[in-house]
Structures are given as C-alpha cells and as structure tokens.
Ligand binder design. Structure first.
Ligand SMILES: CSC[C@H]1O[C@@H](n2cnc3c(O)ncnc32)[C@H](O)[C@@H]1O
Ligand SMILES: [Zn+2]
Length: 435
C-alpha cells in the first residue's frame, strides 16, 4: 500500500462555515489530504476521518503577511522605545550575535505560535533563510520568505554581497517544500538601502519573477530624508525605481499622503498593516480606511515578536478595527468584516498565496475556532466575534495544504515542549553573548 492510499479524506463535521461572501451557515467541510483541497462544503458529508467542529466556526486560515518569525527569541528583550533607538541601541547589537541555530529554534517557536493561533501562511524577512525554510517545511505551513538586505553602514563590496545574497536566496528557495514556499526580494527599507543598490537589484528581481517586500513610510524619519534628497515623497521615489507593482507588498505605510495612496491604488501594490507594532513603537496610525476607500489591497501582519509582543493575528484584527476608528474619530471605519478580510484574503492576495477563502475547489488552509467559551457567548454575529472577541487560543484545529497541523490544541508537526525548552536556552545564551 502506498502512502497515498492512506491519504484519505477528512470531514470537519458539525460546525458553522464562514463562506467567501461572509455568510455563516451550518455545513460540513470535506478535504482531500493528498491534494490539499476542499472537495465540498455541504450538509452531512462523509470522510475517512472526522474532525469535530461542534460549537465551532470553520474559516480560512489566517495569513500573517509581515513578520520576522525568529525574533521570538527577542520577545520582551527591549520594550518602550521608538523604532530607531529600539533597533540601533538594542535589536541590531543582539542580532549581530545570532547563530543559524538560534534562528532555527526561534523560527520553530514562532511557527508553533502561528499554528496554535490559526495562522496557516506568513511572509517572513530575516537572515539565515535556509534555516527558516527548513523549519517551515517541517511545520507544514505555507510561506513567502526573503533575506533582508541593508546597504547603509557597509562598504560597496559588503552592500552588494548582502543584496546578492537576497537575490540568490529568492531564486534558490522559490517553490521549495512542494511549492508551499515562495520568495521575495527585500530591501530593508527606502532609507537603509541606497539608490544605487535598488537600481541594480530591483530589475534583477523582476527578471527572476520574484516580488518585492519592504518596510515603507513606517515613521516620520523615513519620509523627510527622501523628500530632502530626491524631492518627492517616498512612494513616488519607490515608483520611479519600479518598486510598485501588483506583486509587491509594503509593510507599515503609516505616513503616506493622498498622492501616495493613489499611487498604491494605481499600481496595485499591497500594504501590510501592522497596528500593534505601530502602536508599540509609537510609529503612528496608518490611514487604513482611506486606503480601502481608494481601492488599495491591505493585509495584516504582526511584525516581529519583539515589537508586538505575540504572534496572535486575532489581536491585529481587533487592533486594526479599533485603531481604524480612532484614526478619523469615526466608529464606522475599519468595520469588523473589513478587518477579518484583511487577515485572510487581503493578506493572502498581498503575498501571493492561493488561499484566503473557504470554498469547494479551494485550497485546504483552514482554522477551526471554538466558540464554546464565556467570552464568545452569546453569538449574535460570528464575524463580530472574530473581529472583537476571539483570541488565538480559541483556535481548536489548524489545517494547511490538507494536512492537520493541530488537532484539539495539540500541535502535530512540531514538538512544542522541546522547542520551548530549546528556545529559552538559546535566548538566554544569545543575550549573555550580547552583553
Ligand atoms: C527586514 S528583517 C531584518 C531587520 O529588520 C528589523 N526589524 C524588525 N522590525 C522592524 C520594523 O518594524 N521596522 C524596521 N526594521 C525592523 C529586524 O530587527 C532585522 O534587523
Ligand atoms: Zn518588520
């Protein structure tokens, strides 16, 4: 008997289902494990195996569209500072001590956290990407990965070598893990990578067919220097360099003006909103409702665990909805459905994953959320609860590409207890080396 003979069907039984048009109806969901697809969404389906979804909502897996997953090792290491001093005084010095093994363990810890919070796909940018790719393959998750490069503070040879590594990694890992891994080219930001390297490497990313992922307009400090040096707003500068296409995704975009929002809408480049990180680093409030009104695709990201400090995307959904109302003092802004759509189809479309909606014929990336809890009672409106009351810890089962990654809160693909122990040890040694 071959392995595919055991690759049976699984029926997620007895729950409610969130449909692509955001209706909620009672239905079972039948999955083909080998093909990784949803075969049917209907009443009374039969499968070879059953996952119980009583009192639960079956929904598309969440997609964390901007993170630095290995930064779990730095969770709580440096808090209560703005971006520039946080990076320069604390994060970059300790990151200089990171080993490939640290990054592997930190990534595994983050991936366990993703799975337990119902996240089935993510976009990561960091260093030692082979370690991140290996952990991702083992976890069963889907990801867009890249090596972030910086030129400021380096000589020409060092800057070019870093950017070349970014390009080589993007070429090498695209399509890895049976196609669950795709890649991007990541210039860290428009102020940390100088124009000559953008001019040299962005066209090469286009030739390789990989998208761009970069930090943009995160703080006021990233706007002034570009206006001074180039006489245009940062996203106009990025557009002049060919960095805005419908495949590209820009993290943060807090300080964007109307012209820049229009540019995003015209080019089809996506924005990844990171509300918790933007609040914690006091970066500002992104004009998300204005972007949505202009037709910009917006996804959601946690950013790294050192500026969040968890990897629970339900927090981001809630923060996006809450902060969106404060931005213009209008409680109608960033409504519940908009915020949930950002974390599913918005993120998936931004980072190029073929996921984000749950329907027959679609990809089987699924989170099953248990509503049998005091803080989710009564249920007037499932989508309201997803936006304002559900926590990552309410997720009961997580499935990616048809594989069950977590069943009844037990992670199947990674050894949670061992990873937590190793992560604590690696984090302690890392910090000791940095002192
Ligand atoms: C792009 S990954 C490499 C680099 O980025 C740093 N980083 C983490 N969070 C942020 C952020 O919000 N803005 C800019 N840079 C960030 C990370 O520590 C790595 O050094
Ligand atoms: Zn970031």
């Amino acid at each position: 008997m071959t392995e595919t003979a055991f690759d049976d069907t699984v029926v997620i039984e007895g729950g409610h289902v969130l449909t692509p048009d955001f209706e909620v109806r009672e239905a079972d969901v039948l999955i083909d494990r080998a093909a990784g697809v949803v075969l049917d969404v209907d009443d009374d389906l039969d499968g070879d195996e059953t996952l119980d979804a009583t009192d639960s909502l079956v929904m598309p897996g969440l997609v964390n569209a901007h993170t630095h997953v290995a930064m779990t090792l730095l969770r709580g290491y440096a808090d209560d500072k703005p971006l520039d001093s946080w990076l320069q005084e604390d994060i970059w010095p300790v990151e200089a001590e990171l080993t490939p093994e640290d990054i592997r363990v930190g990534t595994e810890l983050g991936l366990v956290e993703f799975i337990t919070n119902g996240i089935t796909g993510f976009a990561d940018s960091y260093f030692e990407v082979p370690e991140i790719a290996a952990a991702t393959e083992e976890s069963g998750l889907r990801a867009n990965l890249c090596h972030a490069f910086i030129s400021v503070g380096k000589d020409d040879e060092g800057a070019r070598a870093d950017a070349q590594e970014g390009l080589d990694i993007a070429r090498e890992f695209d399509g890895a893990a049976d196609g669950r891994i795709t890649t991007a080219l990541m210039p860290h930001s428009l102020t940390t990578v100088e124009t000559e390297y953008l001019e040299e490497f962005v066209p090469q990313a286009r030739e390789a067919g990989v998208p761009l992922h970069f930090h943009a307009n995160e703080t006021e400090n990233e706007v002034g220097p570009i206006v001074d040096d180039h006489g245009v707003r940062p996203l106009e500068y990025a557009d002049d360099l060919g960095m805005l296409t419908e495949d590209d995704f820009l993290a943060h975009c807090v300080h964007v003006d109307e012209t820049e929002i229009d540019l995003l809408a015209e080019t089809g480049a996506s924005v990844i909103h990171c509300p918790a990180s933007n609040m914690k680093l006091a970066s500002g409030i992104a004009p998300i409702q204005e972007m949505l009104d202009a037709g910009v695709n917006v996804g959601l990201g946690t950013d790294g665990a050192a500026s969040n400090n968890d990897l629970d995307l339900f927090d981001e959904i809630r923060d996006a909805a809450m902060l969106g109302k404060l931005a213009r003092g209008d409680a109608r802004d960033v409504a519940a459905e908009s915020a949930v759509r950002m974390a599913t189809e918005g993120s998936a479309s931004a980072i190029g994953l073929p996921v984000g909606e749950l329907e027959a014929g679609g990809v089987a990336d699924i989170a099953v959320v248990d509503f049998n809890a005091p803080h989710l009672t009564p249920v007037h409106d499932y989508v309201s609860h997803l936006a304002y009351a559900v926590r990552g810890s309410d997720v009961r089962h997580t499935i990616c590409d048809g594989e069950i990654l977590m069943e009844d809160r037990e992670v199947k693909t990674l050894d949670e207890a061992t990873i937590r122990e190793q992560a604590s040890e690696h984090a302690a040694d890392l910090v000791a080396r940095a002192e």
